[in-house]
Design a protein around this ligand. Structure first.
Ligand code: 5GP
Length: 176
């Protein structure tokens, strides 16, 4: 059990399990992108730890770039996506892999992906650490997902609660 600001969180996904799942996703990417040089867009802030671990297992050469979007305040999605730092590489004719921490409603990814197609990307795939499948509200295709989880608010391994808790290696779920 950990306390972050005003809430208690209990351990749900230990670091050993996360490492195993991240490795599985990397192996799938290694098969699909062998010999290619995709642009990997790490979505800040939440995906920094996932991306850092994921890229270490890759056997192809990705170009790793960062973008920052924001749609969450406190413990719920605002439904409106703000792009705070954009992608400044030319994605024309490139394969793009968007690396996200968690797909919840899917609104963030759904709104972000068209820009890569409109800039001429050859392909655009979503690679997320976590997905809450029962929360999806848009027809988003999630291509790579390390772990599917139930609908509850989580922190750790890059994910925050009001800016705190990103540093934990394990993932915790809020208690009622
Ligand atoms: P979506 O647009 O899919 O509803 O939300 C995606 C974003 O919401 C994620 O990138 C993440 O920042 C945030 N988010 C969704 N669920 C959670 C959660 O359980 N915990 C935390 N810390 N952030 C979440």
């Amino acid at each position: 059990m950990v306390k972050i600001l005003d809430r208690n969180f209990e351990l749900s996904y230990p670091k050993e399990l996360i490492a195993e799942r991240v490795k599985n996703v990397a192996e799938r990417l290694n098969q699909d992108y062998e010999g290619k040089n995709p642009v990997m867009v790490c979505i800040l802030n939440g995906a920094f730890m996932f991306a850092a671990d994921l890229v270490r297992y890759l056997t192809f050469q990705p170009e790793v770039v960062f973008a920052k979007v924001s749609s969450y305040e406190g413990m719920s999605s605002t439904g409106c996506v703000k792009e705070l730092i954009g992608v400044n590489v030319d994605v024309r004719a490139r394969d793009v892999i968007v690396v996200e921490d968690i797909v919840d409603t899917g609104v963030t990814m759904y709104n972000l992906l068209p820009q890569f197609f409109s800039k001429g990307a050859a392909s655009v795939k979503v690679c997320t650490l976590l997905q809450k499948p029962e929360c999806l509200t848009v027809p988003l295709k999630v291509d790579y997902c390390a772990m599917e989880i139930p609908n509850a608010f989580i922190v750790g391994y890059g994910l925050d609660y009001n800016g705190m808790g990103r540093n934990y290696g394990d993932i915790y779920t809020v208690t009622e």
